[in-house]
Design a protein around this ligand. Sequence first.
Ligand SMILES: CC(C)(COP(=O)(O)OP(=O)(O)OC[C@H]1O[C@@H](n2cnc3c(N)ncnc32)[C@H](O)[C@@H]1OP(=O)(O)O)[C@@H](O)C(=O)NCCC(=O)NCCS
Length: 185
Amino acid sequence: MIEIVKPALQHLPSYKAALESGWSPDNVRLLEATREQLAAIEEDPVAFLASLDDPQAKGPPIALPDGTTVARLPGFRRWIWDGEAAGSIGFRWQTGTSALPSHVLGHIGYSVVPWKRGRGYATEALRLMLEEARAVGLDYVEVTAKPGNPASQKVITANGGRLVERFFEDAAYGGAESLRFRIEL
Ligand SMILES: CC(C)(COP(=O)(O)OP(=O)(O)OC[C@H]1O[C@@H](n2cnc3c(N)ncnc32)[C@H](O)[C@@H]1OP(=O)(O)O)[C@@H](O)C(=O)NCCC(=O)NCCS
């Protein structure tokens, strides 16, 4: 099956190949993020890997899609690994509370490379990341999914997620309608 691994040099050639094929680990910034990551890997692979693991929120502010910048939350990213790069899953949280600022679209986000979808990888990756969320001390996590993304909704409900509300994403993301799920930990 899969594991979720802390990104390390040994994983990098396979991960880079996935990016080069046009896959994006970022569901909001899509190919812009793919290009940025390829450039960062080229420039300094060790610094790139270090930037993915930031539980103290030491990294620079986050740029939202409309160009606004907001403070970075503590977070880290793991790569979904089946012997090769299979995807990416990220987790971010606010210290001392399970709540999130309204501009943060969920605690956990994930993407599986297109050629490895439909094998249960995202469902298992989310299950594994929930253990990390428990370890940080959260009572629950929120995960959001678009109404038009039934695969992601299924990943969430298979992990005990229940629909909390339909909402409109902050204007900084373009204001589209989305669904907010909560998973009690
Ligand atoms: C969403 C995504 C992560 C799912 O990854 P995955 O590894 O294929 O997911 P899984 O195999 O664990 O589960 C997908 C489930 O959705 C189901 N599914 C897939 N396409 C579907 C569709 N069009 N309609 C209904 N269900 C669908 C699958 O049958 C499976 O359910 P099952 O386990 O009951 O058979 C993947 O499609 C992806 O990376 N999409 C692009 C990025 C994205 O949307 N990320 C989530 C943002 S909220």
